[in-house]
Design a protein around this ligand. Structure first.
Ligand code: NI
Ligand code: MN
Length: 227
């Protein structure tokens, strides 16, 4: 399975038959290396309503017919706009490509439509089991003690995508704590450097992970790794 970083909190997971797009914030993303039109996912997973996550989900779904997977209120919103959306709460579901477990995220969630803020339910993270691999996208979240069973129940997690930007999510110190609680092997930092308020030193973070026996992989936007 291949993992491509699209900048900020956006990733693409491909296994040949299926292409999963996570948090496709492409237009207006200063770190974007692709155009929304270049993406042809079969499924789009969105962790919460904020524009830097729901981003281009609707337009990509409209063009490709991709199914959107999202927390229920957000899925209902996407459906009201004509998208094919699968609604979940924190729980597990089997899809054609594999198993998805929606996990807790400590954050907020709303959508902006003009001047209006629309409630988008609870934010979430995703544990994705596909192709014999397990990938955890934590979404936007702070660190919390109940992150520990996510590692225990799904472990070993082959690759975890953790936010490190601080201010809105975990900072590097908090992400280290999360990595310990989750008993991780490989961490890819995300949600940093996109805007001045979330500037962080990902190399320093990777070094601190290494001292704990965990591999930290700083991915450049556009970079792809094999899992
Ligand atoms: Ni957010
Ligand atoms: Mn965010």
């Amino acid at each position: 399975m291949k993992l491509r970083y699209l900048g900020h909190s956006a990733f693409k997971l491909t296994n040949g038959n299926y292409t999963l797009l996570l948090n496709p914030f492409i237009s207006g993303n200063p770190l974007a290396v692709t155009r929304p039109e270049a993406l042809k996912p079969t499924h789009i997973l969105v962790t919460h309503g904020h524009a830097d996550h729901s981003g281009n989900a609707l337009s990509i779904a409209a063009r490709t017919g991709a199914q959107i997977i999202a927390p229920t209120e957000l899925a209902d919103h996407f459906r009201s706009k004509g998208a094919k959306a699968h609604a979940m709460y924190q729980g597990t579901q089997i899809f054609e490509f594999g198993k998805v477990r929606m996990t807790l995220a400590l954050h907020g969630s709303y959508l902006e439509e003009g001047e209006e803020a629309i409630y988008a339910g609870n934010p979430c993270g995703y544990v994705i089991h596909c192709d014999g691999k397990c990938v955890y996208h934590a979404g936007d979240t702070g660190v919390f003690g109940d992150i520990e069973p996510i590692g225990r129940m799904n472990g070993p997690i082959d690759c975890a995508l953790l936010p490190i930007g601080g201010n809105f999510t975990m900072d590097p110190e908090e992400a280290l704590e999360a990595a310990d609680l989750l008993k991780l092997r490989l961490v890819v930092p995300m949600h940093y450097d996109t805007f001045p308020v979330i500037r962080q030193d990902a190399d320093l973070f990777a070094g601190n992970l290494m001292r704990r026996g965990i591999k930290g992989k700083k991915m450049a936007p556009g970079e792809t790794i094999d899992l």
